[in-house]
Design a protein around this ligand. Sequence first.
Ligand SMILES: Nc1ncnc2c1ncn2[C@@H]1O[C@H](COP(=O)(O)OP(=O)(O)OP(=O)(O)O)[C@@H](O)[C@H]1O
Length: 604
Amino acid sequence: MAHVLRRLLSVGETSDTVVAAAPAVPPREVFRRFWPYTRGGRRWLVPLLLFSLAGPAVDAGELWLFKTVVDEVLVPRDLGPFLWIAPAYLGLIVCAGVLGFADRMTSAWVGERFLLSLRCAVFRHVQGLSLGFFERRRLGDVLSRVTDDVDAVETFLLSGVADALYYVLQLAVFLGLLFYLSWDLTLLALVIVPLFWSAARHFARLSKEASRETRRRGGSLSAIAEEVLGNVALVQAYNRQGWEAHRFEREGSGRLRAVLAATRVRAVYGPIVEVIEVAGVLAVLGLGAWQLSQGRLTLGGLLVFLALIGKMYGPVRGLSGLATTFYTAAASAERIIELLDQRPQVTERPDARPTGRAHGSVEFDRVWFRYPGTAPWALADVSFRVAPGETLALVGASGAGKSTAARLQLRFYDPDRGAVRLDGTDLRELRLADVRESVAVVLQETLVFHGTVRENIAYGRPGASEAEIVAAARAADAHEFVERLPDGYDTLVGQRGRTLSGGQCQRLAIARAMVRDAPVLLLDEPTTGLDAGSGRRIMEPLRRLMAGRTTVVISHNLLTVRDATRIVVLDRGRVIEDGAHGELLEHDGVYARLHRLNTGRVAS
Ligand SMILES: Nc1ncnc2c1ncn2[C@@H]1O[C@H](COP(=O)(O)OP(=O)(O)OP(=O)(O)O)[C@@H](O)[C@H]1O
C-alpha cells in the first residue's frame, strides 16, 4: 500500500537536464535572505495585523448574533430582540466589507512593492555579473528566474506571512469563544489538530520534490525557447525545427509530469484532511447532543459551537497547508538565491580611485590569462604599450587571443598574472565604471538594439544633443543613409539591426563610438562581414574616429592595420612578432607571410 502511494506521488524521471536544479536551501535561510526586501512595506504590517484581527472579530460577532437569534427569538418565539439584532447584523456586514477592502488593498500594495524591489535587485545583480557567468549559463533560464520565480516567492513570503498571521488570529478568537461556550467540547475538538499537522508535514515533503522539478523544467523551457527563437534563421536554414520542437516537448512533458505529481499530492491530501475533520465534528456532535439532553448547553449554543468548529478547522487546515505553499515557493526561492549568490569575478576594490578623463596610454605588462575552468593559456606573457593617440594592431590566426586581449582591456576579466594599465595605473586600482568610460568599442558582432537610429547612436553617451548625434552620424558616413530611411533618425531598427545591412550597422556602431568620445578606442574586426568594397568604404569613417585617440585594432584584414604605429602578432596566446609595418615586412617572418597572402588575395 505504502509502495503504491509512493509511486503515485513521485515525480518520476528527473535526470535529462537542460538546466540543473538549484541547491536546496533551508526555510530559515529563505526568510533571512528575502526579509530585507520587505523594507519599504514593513510599516504597513501593523495595519495589516489590525485588519487581520478585525476579520475574525466580525466573524465571531456574526455567530454570536446568530446564537442570540436562535436562543432569544426563535426558541421563545419572541420578535422583540430581532429589532436590534437585524440592524446590528447589517452594520457588521458593512464593517466586514470595508475591512476586507482595506485588507486586500494593503496586502496587494505590500506584496507588489516587495516584488518590485526583489525583481529589481535580482536584475541589478545579474546585470553586474561578469561576462564569464553569461558564457556559462543559459539565458532563458536566467530570464525565467528573474520573472516567474520572483512571482512565486512573493506568493509565499507575503501572502504566506499574512495568511499565517490571519489564521493564528482567527484561531485565537475562535478558540477563546469555544472555551467560553464549552471547554470540554473544545478539548475534544482539538484532539484532531496533531493529526492535521502530521498529515501536512508528510505531504509537504512530498510536494517539495515536485515543485523543484516543476521550476527546473520551467527554466529549461525558457532556455530552449530563447535559444531557438533567438536563432530562428539558423534553425530554419538547417531544418532543425522538428528536433527543436521535440526538445521543447520533452521538457514540457517533464514539467507536465511534475505538475501532475504535485496535483496528486494535493488531491490525496484534500480527502484525508476531510476525513480527519468529519471525524472531529462527529465526535463533538455526539458529546454536544448528550450535553444538550442534559440541559448543560442550549440549542443555539450547540449550533454556534458546531459553526465555530467548522470555522476553526479552516485556519487549522490553512496553517497546515502553508507548509505545502512554502515548499512550492521555496523551490523558486532556491533558484533566485543561487543567482544572488553568484559573485562577479571582476569586482571593484573599496579603495578604487576615480580617474578624470584618461590620456589614453594602454599597457599590457607580462599578462598571463586563462578562461575560468580551462587549462590552456589564452594569453601567455603578453606585453605591449600604446602611447596616447597611437594605434596598435593585434593580428594573428583565429584563436590566437586577440579578442581576449580586448576583453582584458575592458576589464571583463582580470589577468591571472601581470597587469593591464591605463595611464600607468593597474585597471584593478581604478573604478570599474571609469575603466569602461574611457573606452569606446566597435565590436566584431555589431550590436544594434531594438529602438530608433537616434537612440542607438545616443547609447554611447546618454544625454548627447541632437547636433552631436548628427555630427557623429556624419563623421561615420551614416547620415546619408539615415536620412533616406522612412523616418530618418526616428526610424525603428529591429533587434540586432535586422532591418539594416551589415555595413549600415557598422556605421551606426562607429557613430555610437564617436558620440562616446572616449580616449581609448577598441576595434574588434571592424570590417568582418563586409565585402571588400564596403570594408574599404568603412575605413574612412574609422580613420576619422581613430584620429587623436589611442586605438587598439584587431583584424584579420591586414589592409586595415598597415597604418598602425605598431603591430603585435599573436600566436596561441604569445607575442611572436612586434614592430611597425615596414620593420615586420623586412623581418620577413609570419607577418610578412600573412601580408603576402593578404595582398595576393586582394589583388586576385
Ligand atoms: N569564453 C571563453 N571560455 C573559454 N575559452 C575561450 C573563451 N573565449 C575564447 N576562448 C579561447 O581562448 C583562445 C583565444 O580566443 P580569442 O577569442 O581571444 O581568439 P581570437 O584571436 O580573437 O580569434 P578570432 O580571430 O577567431 O576572433 C581560444 O583558444 C578560444 O578557444
